[in-house]
Design a protein. Structure first.
Length: 228
């Protein structure tokens, strides 16, 4: 299924400008629901500027309206972005995040030893030589490497990591771990988040009305002027 050109920025716009559920937004943008919740709670690693998928000709207002009316409906992209394919070389990682790669590799090695070096290389965008050096603790900077979740570091997505873990577990004959963090209380959590956003919006509106009342000019009558 095609995904928006800038999925996180598109998710941010949909959270702020529609009443779509987090599941619908996550499905359309190709993200994990926890990533959408982090965007809604402003706890994402990077502050995002929303990208309007309607202006980008990736989605229509009619499609959004249809999805808002039916929580089970999954939106269909109007036109997917042109895919740029690389024929060789590791996955591209922004310069600002490249120093975090060893920490992400160490985290995967420690928490998911069943994932092969080739799969780690595709997830993080690194070489087998680097992965092997970290496994054997012969990396030149091993003393400063601290295992950190690669999703939190922005090196991969939760969906890609979950897929790699499931694939490796299946190949090894293991039972893939199940994400149960939202099991049982997902709807309650979503309702609480929506209620908090509505409360914040209402308080901001009330504060604006009070400011307008305070700034309004006072009309004096003959009685008030006499008292003064």
């Amino acid at each position: 299924m095609a995904q928006p050109l800038m999925p996180h920025a598109t998710a941010s716009w949909l959270v702020d400008n529609t009443a779509l559920s987090f599941e619908q937004i996550a499905e359309f943008c190709g993200l994990h629901i926890l990533e959408v919740q982090a965007i809604a709670d402003d706890t994402a690693a990077t502050k995002l500027t929303g990208r309007d998928p309607i202006r980008a000709h990736e989605l229509t207002q009619a499609e959004i309206d249809k999805a808002q009316a039916d929580p089970d409906y999954r939106m269909v992209m109007l036109k997917g972005p042109e895919q740029v394919r690389r024929t060789k070389g590791p996955r591209y990682t922004p310069v600002s995040k490249r120093q975090d790669k060893p920490d992400g590799i160490a985290w995967i090695i420690r928490n998911h030893p069943e994932i092969s070096d080739g799969a780690i290389g595709k997830l993080i965008g690194t070489t087998r030589t680097t992965i092997q050096a970290i496994r054997e603790r012969s990396h030149w900077n091993i003393a400063n490497i601290v295992p950190k979740d690669p999703v939190t570091l922005g090196l991969t997505t939760q969906r890609e990591l979950d897929a790699a873990v499931a694939k490796a577990a299946k190949a090894a004959g293991l039972e893939a771990p199940t994400d149960t963090r939202l099991e049982g209380d997902r709807e309650a959590l979503l309702e609480e988040l929506r209620r908090e956003r509505e409360t914040a919006a209402r308080e901001a509106e009330e504060a604006g009305e009070e400011g307008e009342e305070a700034a309004a000019p006072v009309e004096h009558t003959a009685e008030t002027l006499f008292k003064r």
